[in-house]
Ligand binder design. Structure first.
Ligand code: HEC
Length: 124
C-alpha cells in the first residue's frame, strides 16, 4: 500500500517536472523560467524590491554591491567588480571562488542554464 502511494506520488512529480520541459521548445525566453526557478526565491528582476538577495534589475553594467538599502557582505561590497556577462559567468559558476566570503553560496554547474539566465538578465 505504502509502495503504491509512493509510486503514484513519484509519477505525479515526474509529470509535473516533465510538463514545463515539454513546453520549453515554444518558450521564447527559457532564461526567464530558469531565472524564476534558480534565482527567483532570492532575487527580484521585475521590481526593485530586495529580498534575501538584492534586486537584479539592470545588473549588467552595475558595480557589485551597489544597491542602496541592501545589506551586502563586506566581501561583495568591496569586490571591485562590474557585472558583465563574463563576470556573471564566473560568479555563478562559483560565487565563493570569485568573491571569497560572499553570502551567496549557490553554485550553478550547468553551463547552458547559466548562459540562458545571463542572456535573460541582459534583456532587463
Ligand atoms: C538562496 C538565495 C540566493 C539564490 C537562489 C541566488 N542568489 Fe544571488 N545573491 C544572494 C545573496 C544573499 C546575495 C548578496 C551576497 C553578498 O552580499 O555577499 C546575492 C548576490 C547576487 C549578485 C550580486 C548583486 C550585486 O548587487 O552586486 C548577483 C549578480 C546574483 N546574486 C545573481 C544571482 C543569480 C543570477 C542567481 C540564479 C542563477 C542567484 N543569484 C541565486 C542570494 C541568492
Amino acid at each position: 500500500m505504502k509502495t503504491l502511494i509512493l509510486a503514484s506520488l513519484a509519477s505525479l512529480i515526474v509529470t509535473a517536472i516533465a510538463a514545463p520541459a515539454h513546453s520549453q521548445a515554444t518558450d521564447a525566453a527559457p532564461g526567464e523560467r530558469l531565472f524564476q526557478q534558480r534565482c527567483g526565491a532570492c532575487h527580484q528582476l521585475a521590481t526593485t524590491r530586495n529580498g534575501v538577495g538584492p534586486h537584479l534589475q539592470g545588473v549588467i553594467g552595475r558595480s557589485a554591491g551597489s544597491i542602496e538599502g541592501f545589506k551586502y557582505s563586506p566581501a561583495l561590497k568591496g569586490a571591485g567588480v562590474t557585472w558583465t556577462p563574463e563576470t556573471l559567468e564566473t560568479f555563478l559558476t562559483s560565487p565563493g571562488a570569485m568573491v571569497r566570503g560572499t553570502r551567496m553560496t549557490q553554485r550553478f554547474n550547468n553551463a547552458e542554464e547559466r548562459r540562458a539566465i545571463i542572456e535573460f538578465l541582459g534583456s532587463h
